[in-house]
Design a protein around this ligand. Sequence first.
Ligand code: AKG
Length: 317
Amino acid sequence: MHRQRTHLAARVTHVAKALERRGIATTYKVHDRALANRASRRQLSGSPVELDETQRRIIEALDTDGYIVVPFDELIIDDALRSDVLAQGDTFVADTERGLAAEAEGAEAALRRRAGKEFVVRAYSFEGVTLDPARDAWFRAAISHRLLDIANSYLRMWAKLSYVDMWYTAPQPAGAERAASQLWHRDFDDKHLLKAFLYLVDVDASAGPFEYVGGSQPGGRHNETRQWAPMRTGRFTEEEVNKHVPADAIQTFTAPRGTVILCNTSGLHRGGFATERPRALATATYCSPASLKALSERNYAPAGDAPADPAVRFATN
Ligand SMILES: O=C(O)CCC(=O)C(=O)O
């Protein structure tokens, strides 16, 4: 009797979860086609932006390949902003290394990590931080028109800035296997996605470089492998990727400090499997309003009054 009840309860939970997943996916689709994203597409077409040559080149590459690598000084041309961001990165790296050293000495773990992805130490994580652009240079860069106009133009709508953070990935212990986002995957929470990764240290092959299958974004030339769908989670084995993707489509981004990778991570990607050297980067995610309605969570609240600029206000609220 007890065993039967346990079995039934498990089945009910399984069915309820499946229904919930279907409901979330339906909410996303409705918002993508008819509601939030439609309104957002109108916002962009109602107030078109002027892009310069660099921004146009970036969007063209993102459309074709799903990624582009840009030196930070081409992306952010404001010298003071760039140097503030890099200084903020240096402080984050120094604080994290001090925290890791203290933990190694037996201090209670005080650094921000997320369950299941403990190999990444985060500046903010999902702990409800309030970000003030006057004090947070990376946030300021993320909402600068230089970057926001690229995100909006690539996504063909006013984007939401859903995630702002800095990550530090310490080398894994010898013999560790790839786990979580170190394995090939597609982000399941939006197909209208643009992530920025700014390397804060030199990243070589031993520091867990970010990797991407060029053209694996929705609509791309290498998009056949288990295509993106809302809530479709799961990892891809190396064999599966190699079977469907030519070797030269796999991009491994070893690069110096001050390199930015912009990329649509609903395409196939992985990274952060540091083996010898640590990797540190600043990251920002732009997604569609449909994603925030159904599938994503914002990791910060903007400080102070709503920004006067309508596209920035929209992105951060
Ligand atoms: O840490 C990495 O390089 C991978 C990051 C990732 O999978 C993501 O941001 O979606």
